[in-house]
Design a protein around this ligand. Sequence first.
Ligand code: ADP
Ligand code: MG
Length: 272
Amino acid sequence: MAGQQSSESSERIVLNIKGLTKRFGGLVAVDNLALNVREGQICALIGPNGSGKTTALNLITGIYRCDEGSIQFFGEEMAGLAPHVICWRGIGRTFQNIRILGSHTVFENALLGKGYGNKGAGIIHTVLNTARYRKERAANTDEVNEVLAYVGLADLRNEKARNLPYGKQRILEIARALITKPKLLLLDEPAAGLNSKEIYSLMELVAKINQQGISVLLIEHRMEFVGTLADWVFVLNHGSKIAEGTFDQIKVDPDVIQAYLGREGAKLAENS
Ligand code: ADP
Ligand code: MG
């Protein structure tokens, strides 16, 4: 919704990032980044390849440590905390490159989120099928089934994950993240590689997740996805934020068009 980030907005700030900087040798992958995600919003982080989007998500989730800056989640500092602690506090995520165990079932893959999100047995116990894992599994079955039903994968719960069409594997990753009961869900290119029908289902799912009160920050190249779903868009280029606003505002911004010149620039213009 236009204007949601205006100063008179009364929503609570879920994620408040200031001065976030990450260097890899001489390269400044994320450069003094500031952004806010307000409660109930779907925000998008867009920008050309290599502009620092995934690095920003890796900083928020504690996979990388920032060199400078602050990452506050509901007012609490997250910078410096371990990834599993950040997950327990309520930040869930999916990855740009799909991360599922193909030879394990849909159910087992979703259950992995439970181990990670709720201080459970975790991947080693899960893979080795230890007693601790079996006990937790019994306790968690209902919860996993509920989430699988919610995302529309209940019928496929006993299927090996590698047999799922790509679009459903992406949804399985979202299910695994939802099991951690996030208040903020971070999605790294959820629509990459999906056909238009799969993108439509994914958009419906993200909207449904958001309607139940989970704020979303997503990275996406598919402009129809961003244009349809995002309340607010941040644009990165060479690690720096060059624009933010509604999709209608940023798509006519000369700096944004300049950054996207070429194939993606044309796509952006097509959506104007
Ligand atoms: P995006 O997700 O926007 O495509 P990334 O955040 O993946 O971009 O990458 C931003 C820049 O940081 C790129 O130049 C990339 O090569 C570099 N980079 C990302 N991760 C690492 C790393 N672990 N080590 C060194 N350079 C990295
Ligand atoms: Mg990326």
